[in-house]
Design a protein around this ligand. Structure first.
Ligand SMILES: O=C(O)[C@@H](CO)OP(=O)(O)O
Length: 345
């Protein structure tokens, strides 16, 4: 099957289920918070992690939100039920990839690359719909590019998540930024998801094509030439990055920063771009430089992978809060969803 067909969106959204869930959401939120708080106290001892050694206080506070990502979501914790398929046994983690929703320059058919353009109205709707699709998949840590369209997509998507945690951007750019963005409540931290922005996940730098109309560029330089710039693996556009160059930083970042999170059992969402994600998918699915040419990603469509025993297994695109998608959830994901269903009954 051609790669471009392989990665298409699947199914329709079960929006009525989502609305029902929303109505019940507030009602059961307090209950959820209580359960979660109890689990943290009983399982990870994180609530007692505050340092009493004055010299280390700042250091502990700085790592506080980020460190919670080393803790499995208590909704998944084996201590809460007789779950047999635990992180410890299977070391399984979910990986969600989302290409940002349509941007204002996608709408105008302009080469965008590293120009920082926001979502269009349609892109906002796509991001919300993407959030509905993944609203029953656990998310412990979010990575986005440094560009607003990917960040908007991640934030809008998370407004739909049934678990109700709050995504919070980590500010590590300076000591002051770190210090001024501290959170002083352990309970609040436990109800938060760290969001890490990384330029390495940015769209490929499109060089002198940035801001040009794609159709006009094809008319001027020829369809074949422009297709080569856009989709070949190793031919860069004028003064820009080839996919290969984009992969050098995006895949390196994935391997250095994201894979260790998955290895430790954390569920990760990445909100990024057509080409930075193409390079990561090329790595995950072991595509050749020929195969990646025909790999196209739709805007705002989440793709789900399971990381297990060192392997990435693609599961397709979940279609809604009450649906598993065309591929069945793993047992662990099904249990997570069941717990959310029980809480919001
Ligand atoms: O303009 C861009 O930055 C990208 C993604 O929108 O375009 P292309 O489809 O050529 O990868």
């Amino acid at each position: 099957m051609a790669a471009e067909v392989y990665y298409q969106a699947i199914g329709t959204l079960q929006s009525h289920s989502y609305l029902n869930n929303l109505n019940n959401h507030q009602k059961h939120q307090n209950n959820l918070v209580r359960l979660v708080a109890r689990d943290f106290i009983s399982s990870n001892g994180l609530s007692t992690r505050r340092s009493n050694r004055s010299g280390q206080r700042n250091c502990c506070v700085i790592q506080s939100l980020a460190s919670q990502t080393s803790v499995v979501d208590p909704v998944l914790s084996p201590s809460r039920s007789n779950i047999g398929d635990t992180h410890k046994k299977s070391n399984e983690a979910a990986l969600i990839l989302i290409r940002h929703g349509e941007s204002l320059w996608n709408e105008k058919n302009l080469f965008t690359g590293c120009v920082d353009v926001p979502l269009s109205k349609k892109g906002i709707d796509e991001a919300i719909e993407a959030g509905q699709r993944i609203s029953s998949i656990p998310v412990d840590v979010i990575f986005t590019s440094a560009l607003i369209r990917a960040q908007m997509t991640a934030m809008l998507a998370m407004t739909q998540h049934r678990r109700g945690k709050v995504p919070i951007f980590m500010h590590n750019e300076s000591e002051q930024a770190r210090s001024w963005s501290q959170v002083f409540s352990e309970d609040t931290k436990k109800q938060s998801i760290p969001v890490i922005a990384a330029w390495q996940l940015n769209e490929r730098m499109y060089g002198e094509l940035q801001g040009l109309n794609k159709q006009e560029t094809a008319d001027r330089y020829g369809k074949e030439q422009v297709h080569e710039w856009r989709r070949s693996y190793d031919i860069p556009p004028p003064n820009g990055e080839s996919l290969e160059m984009c992969a050098e930083r995006a895949v390196a970042y994935f391997r250095d920063q994201i894979e260790p999170q998955l290895l430790s059992g954390k569920n990760v969402m990445i909100s990024a771009h057509g080409n930075s994600l193409r390079s990561i998918i090329m790595y995950l699915d072991k595509l050749t430089s020929q195969e990646v040419i025909s790999l196209e990603l739709s805007t705002g469509i989440p793709m789900l992978y399971i990381f297990k025993e060192g392997r990435f297994i693609r599961r397709g695109s979940p279609i809604g809060p009450s649906e598993a998608g065309v591929y069945a959830y793993t047992r662990r994901l099904a249990l997570y969803k069941q717990k959310l269903d029980d809480m919001f009954q």
